[in-house]
Design a protein around this ligand. Structure first.
Ligand SMILES: [Zn+2]
Length: 312
């Protein structure tokens, strides 16, 4: 190795050492690998955000005019719900219609809010109508008008009365309506038809005149009737074996039964189901749905008697 070559080698080594040193310094100074960014969770609002409860309007001292009755189109299948009107707390009072006939059968549940099985039975009746094998006469002539929750505020609050503290089954303009009645849980108000629920129902009834009304209550476990309802009640007893009573045992001024049954010749059946703590409700509901259906069938058989064979 010549001297010049030796120097060149040394220089090369020096350059290499310096280069490696510089590189290591550079590497040491390079920023650490960027960590995977943490994904900030995006809060997605629920699709069905609860609708804010509308503020009920202030109670007006004078009764508001009657709600206009809804138009209920005829149809063999169930139609509705339609809104007959609104409760004191502005909850809709829903109406359903089933059938094409001209003779209207009403089924009402929950006029007393602490009798929820009546609302349940009316709903069960509504559901089973579509599947029911109805007689030819019922199919041809009947329409069912159903109001499962007549007193929505009472049902929500588990009170007999509506949100004004009025018994809606004492608020009708009957001859015996008593504005001076004791202010207990049967109080019907200082004037008849003061309540929006009553006025909504009467607007509906003026437009669609009932031929027969079933109203479902608790807890007396009997069948009560007003007007010409005795035969219908007896037909129901044939299925549910409950006692039939023309008189419930105490005066009911301003009641729906007195208004329609005793004073307007529309038979009214007040079906009293047993108390809430009765076991086996599904069976009771089913039995009483069948009792109503059977008595409706018999009612239409009497209303449209089949002409005897050979008659002209
Ligand atoms: Zn009742």
């Amino acid at each position: 190795m010549t001297r010049s070559t030796k120097i060149l080698s040394i220089l090369t080594v020096i350059v290499l050492v310096v280069a490696i040193g510089a590189l290591s310094i550079l590497l040491a100074q390079s920023p650490p690998p960027t960590p995977t960014p943490v994904v900030t969770p995006v809060v997605i609002p629920p699709t069905l955000s609860p609708t804010p409860t509308p503020t009920p309007p202030p109670a007006s001292p004078t009764p508001a005019p009657a709600e206009p009755a809804p138009d209920l189109p005829p149809g063999l299948s169930l139609a509705g719900p339609f809104v007959a009107g609104y409760s004191v707390n502005r909850e809709a009072i829903n109406v359903y219609r089933f059938g094409v006939g001209e003779v209207l059968v009403y089924v009402l549940g929950g006029i007393h809010g602490n009798e929820p099985r009546g609302a349940e039975l009316a709903t069960a009746f509504l559901k089973q109508l579509s599947a029911a094998t109805l007689s030819a006469k019922v199919k041809e002539h009947a329409s069912f008008i159903l109001i499962p929750r007549y007193n929505p505020d009472g049902l929500r609050a588990h009170t007999r009365v509506n949100a004004h503290g009025i018994d809606l089954n004492r608020n009708f303009r009957t001859r015996d309506f008593n504005p001076a009645a004791a202010r207990d849980r049967h109080y019907g108000g200082t004037q008849a038809e003061s309540e929006p629920e009553t006025r909504a129902f009467l607007a509906l009834v003026r437009k669609y005149k009932p031929a027969l009304i079933y109203t479902i209550h608790q807890p007396m476990n009997l069948i009560n009737y007003d007007g010409r309802g005795e035969t219908i009640a007896a037909d129901m007893r044939h299925i549910n074996h409950l006692a039939v009573k023309a008189n419930i045992g105490y005066a009911t001024p301003g009641s729906l039964g007195t208004y329609f049954g005793a004073e307007r010749e529309v038979p009214v059946i007040t079906l009293e189901l047993p108390p809430l703590n009765t076991p086996n409700w599904n069976r009771i509901i089913d039995l009483n749905v069948r009792a109503i259906a059977y008595s409706v069938r018999q009612f239409f058989a009497r209303l449209f008697p089949t002409a005897p064979a050979g008659a002209h």
